[in-house]
Design a binder for this molecule. Structure first.
Ligand code: NAG
Ligand code: NAG
Ligand code: NAG
Ligand code: NAG
Ligand code: NAG
Ligand code: NAG
Ligand code: NAG
Ligand code: NAG
Ligand code: NAG
Ligand code: NAG
Ligand code: NAG
Ligand code: NAG
Length: 749
């Protein structure tokens, strides 16, 4: 007792304890030693006071049992048994010396969604009463310590991380999974998504089946597991949820999965599954969620669906399923989400789909469905319908869509629908996107009634057989971003300044109709147009170059096949984002002197009357066509060698033009003897390429920096591709092989 400090420290707890008994009597249930431990914990934790909603309020009342995030036991002893500090913006201050580990009565501890950024303290092992431990995305890193296996009371253990954002930050190597779970016989929930386990099927399967007889929830997606699913897993009879997505299982799906009596969710997407999927799994009476997406080698077909099945979510996109959708799908009364994108399904979409009253999200795109579509009017909650890229036919009765007050998205592109456009689609106030392009819809575009309330942002009717005028109410759809009406038989006159009310318009396509677009003249001041990115006005009877000098966001401009005379204006070079410029098939005679084309990747000037020396394209341009003009003079050698990459027909049909890459040696006679073959030229499919460019350049800005991040790339390959392909289905077929290769590559990483 020589040291006064020692004395103080020795007696301090005793003093606090005595004091606490007093306070305990006076103010609520909280034991004061528990309270001081909590206050001490708060003091040591480093947290963001603005993000915190619990810690900041501690000490606001005398009874710590009432503090947010805390629960005490029912017996009135004032012991803190639950601590929930999830989402508190904690960035540090937890190690083996933390007061947290003196809260010895804790049964439930939730530190999820913080940024501790340290290894898991081994002293978690001292909290031996723990029933649930939730360290999901808490920011702990490195090897999971063996000591966690001493928490033998655990019923729920969540060490998951969001693999796509954080990558594998925790790992189970030494100890491995078997060691971790060997004493956790009470465990019902094991949630390890994103933890690097790197185990073979027989190892992890046997580890679980031999130690965790009560397991109900097994969640180990993105855990670097390999297959196959070990047969011993069949012993885990209580399993209700199995999530093993994004592991390299590379094996068939075993029949025994169908024998779990309580299975409600089976998620096996991106697992490189192969073989034939057992149909009996579809018939598990308790099964609500089935996700087999992105298993391109997995074959299968649907069985008959009995009544009394529970399926709500059926996700089979990008697998190798085939066959038909049975009429008995109408028995799946609870079905709310169906995604079957990119398979080989054939036959009709059964009329019984009309009986799926809970249907919320339906995506059957990129299959081989044919025939007519069922009515959706009984599916009152329907929000999303994508039937694009099939072989669907027939008229769509307007009544099919009546009264669907939640519908926001309808994509019927790339089918063979005919008849008139179902006008009931326009009467749905929630509707945001209607895409009907590349069908055979005819008749007139109906007027939009009551347009002021519309949320409509995309109207794509291109490549159909629509006739008559564009109804004026279209130009009142104030939220429109995309108005694409190209390649129809629309007629009449459109004053371009009409779109000035569409403040958010970014894409306007009126090409290839029988329209007369007025883009100049005293009533046509284009300076107040919205900032458009993609403007397609090919074959619009334009006679004057429209004044688009204020369109600083323009990256795609198609004015081809008009009767525009005069010069190509110099202000074009000020459109710094312009990548695609098509002025072919006009009556243009020259390029204004100030014109330079530095940002372009595609330039088509063919079939005009352009004269003078040939314009120098920027060095990264990917496509250029100067053919069928009056460009005279030779191609200067420095430009010629830069343009060796272009085929000579980019320059053909300029009687005065000679030099490489043309096979014409400049001589006195070469110009006049040169024969053009313009009728043999293949017309380039601009729509196709520009869509591709749009996606590449548009997304490129976001994607490029992220491409360096491996785990983001993984996510990108599985998700963004699909987004792109849905937006541009014509790319899908071509890129299919590419996508699959990318997926295979990521497995190897
Ligand atoms: C985590 O801690 C390490 C050092 O322990 C430090 O280098 C790193 O920047 C920290 N990361 C974050 C996200 O705080
Ligand atoms: C914290 O985790 C537990 C289970 O570990 C859970 O019951 C609780 O709802 C979680 N808290 C929050 C706020 O999500
Ligand atoms: C862990 O906490 C998070 C967020 O608070 C919650 O979403 C998750 O469901 C919890 N885990 C378990 C197993 O309850
Ligand atoms: C898809 O399944 C068909 C049989 O239905 C088979 O012929 C084809 O090879 C499979 N494709 C792949 C990529 O496995
Ligand atoms: C469905 O369940 C009901 C009762 O819930 C039962 O009467 C009926 O026989 C069951 N039908 C089938 C086909 O299992
Ligand atoms: C569709 O089936 C054909 C032959 O049956 C097969 O070659 C092709 O790979 C399948 N396509 C898809 C997307 O599964
Ligand atoms: C829809 O269900 C009812 C009974 O619930 C049945 O009588 C009818 O035939 C079903 N319709 C279709 C198209 O399957
Ligand atoms: C629509 O969804 C809501 C909530 O999402 C639900 O309460 C309602 O029962 C559903 N209606 C139908 C007809 O499915
Ligand atoms: C689409 O269906 C028609 C008959 O309705 C058929 O002739 C055609 O071959 C089908 N096209 C494809 C790609 O399956
Ligand atoms: C537009 O086409 C419709 C038929 O599609 C025709 O009746 C009408 O006369 C045409 N109008 C003009 C101005 O050509
Ligand atoms: C549409 O434009 C208005 C006015 O410029 C703007 O306030 C609004 O945010 C835009 N909406 C969207 C979805 O971009
Ligand atoms: C285009 O419209 C004009 C009248 O404005 C008409 O004479 C011509 O036949 C139409 N062309 C086509 C292809 O419909």
């Amino acid at each position: 007792m020589k040291n006064p400090l020692f004395t103080l420290f020795f007696f301090m707890p005793l003093v606090t304890m005595l004091l606490s008994m007093n306070i305990g009597l006076v103010s609520g249930r909280c034991q004061s030693d528990q309270q001081s431990l909590l206050l001490n914990l708060k003091k040591t934790l480093v947290f963001d006071e603005l993000a915190s909603i619990k810690l900041v309020k501690w000490n606001s009342t005398p009874d710590c049992c009432e503090w947010p995030g805390i629960a005490c036991d029912d017996g009135g002893s004032g012991r803190v048994i639950s601590l929930d500090l999830s989402f508190e913006g904690i960035t540090g201050g937890l190690d083996d010396s933390s007061g947290l580990f003196s809260l010895q009565f804790l049964q439930n501890l939730n530190l999820s969604f913080n940024s501790f950024n340290t290894t898991l303290p081994v002293r978690f092992a001292t909290l031996t009463d723990l029933i649930s431990l939730n360290l999901s995305s808490a920011g702990f890193i490195g090897q999971i310590p063996n000591d966690i296996s001493k928490l033998t009371m655990l019923v729920s253990l969540d060490l998951s991380t969001n693999y796509f954002l954080e990558g594998p930050v925790l790992k189970l190597e030494k100890p491995n999974l078997a060691t971790l779970v060997q004493n956790l016989a009470h465990l019902e929930e094991l949630i390890l998504d994103g933890v690097d386990i790197s185990a073979q099927g027989s190892d992890w399967g046997k580890a679980l089946s031999s130690s965790l007889p009560n397991l109900k929830v097994l969640s180990m997606s993105n855990c670097f597991l390999s297959g196959p699913l070990d047969a011993s897993l069949a012993e885990l009879r209580s399993l209700s949820i199995i999530r093993l997505s994004s592991n390299y299982l590379s094996a068939p799906v075993p029949e025994f999965l169908a024998n779990y009596p309580k299975l409600t969710a089976l998620e096996l997407s991106s697992c490189q599954l192969n073989g034939i999927f057992p149909q009996t799994v579809f018939q598990i009476p308790t099964l609500e969620i089935l996700d087999l997406s992105f298993n391109e080698l997995l074959q299968g077909s649907f069985p008959e669906f009995h009544q009394n099945l529970s399926l709500q979510t059926l996700l089979l996109s990008d697998t190798n399923f085939s066959g038909t959708l049975p009429q008995s799908i109408g028995n799946l009364e609870k079905l709310s989400r169906i995604e079957l994108v990119g398979n080989n399904f054939t036959g009709t979409i059964p009329s019984s789909v009309a009986n799926l009253t809970q249907l919320f999200y339906l995506d059957l795109s990129s299959n081989k469905f044919e025939g007519r579509i069922p009515s959706f009017r009984r599916s009152k909650n329907l929000t999303y319908v994508d039937l694009s890229s099939n072989n669907l036919t027939g008229e769509i009765p307007s009544g099919h869509w009546e009264g669907l007050l939640s519908l926001t998205y309808v994509d019927l592109r790339y089918n063979a629908f005919n008849g008139s456009i179902p006008s009931s689609l326009f009467a749905i106030p929630s509707m945001q996107r209607i895409q009907l392009s590349n069908n055979r819809f005819g008749g007139q575009i109906p007027e939009f009634l009551n347009v002021s309330s519309y949320l409509l942002d995309t109207l794509d009717f291109s490549s159909n057989k629509l006739e008559g005028p564009i109804p004026s109410s279209v130009f009142d759809l104030a939220n429109l971003h995309v108005l694409e009406l190209s390649s129809n038989k629309l007629n009449g006159t459109v004053e371009l300044h009409l779109v000035q009310k569409l403040l958010n318009l970014t894409t306007l396509g009126l090409s290839d109709n029988n329209l007369t677009v007025i883009a100049s003249g005293k009533n046509s001041n284009l300076s107040s147009l919205p900032q458009i990115k993609m403007l397609r006005l090919a074959s619009c009877n334009l006679r004057v170059f429209p004044d688009l000098r204020n369109q600083s966001k323009l990256y795609h401009l198609d004015l081809s096949d008009n009767q525009i005379t005069g010069s190509v204006p110099g202000w074009i070079s000020e459109l710094s984002l312009l990548q695609y410029l098509n002025l072919s098939r006009n009556l243009l005679v020259d390029l204004e002197r100030s014109l330079s084309l530095t940002s372009l990747s595609i330039l088509d000037l063919h079939h005009n009357q352009l004269q003078g020396s040939i314009p120098v394209p920027p060095s990264f341009i990917t496509y250029v066509d100067y053919s069928s003009n009056n460009f005279s003079s030779y191609i200067p050698p420095n430009i010629g060698s830069q343009m060796q990459t272009f085929q000579s027909d980019s320059f053909e049909g300029n009687p005065g033009l000679c030099g490489p890459p043309l096979n014409l040696v400049c001589s006195n006679t070469s110009g006049s003897t040169f024969k053009r073959r313009s009728n043999q030229r293949k017309e380039f499919d601009w729509n196709f390429l520009s869509a591709e460019l749009g996606s590449i350049f548009g997304l490129g800005i976001i994607i490029l920096p992220l491409m360096f991040c491996k785990r983001w790339r993984t996510w990108y390959y599985t998700h963004v591709d699909r987004v792109i392909f849905r937006v541009f289905p014509q790319l899908d077929k071509r890129s299919n092989n590419l996508g699959r290769r990318a997926q295979r590559n990521r497995r190897r990483q």
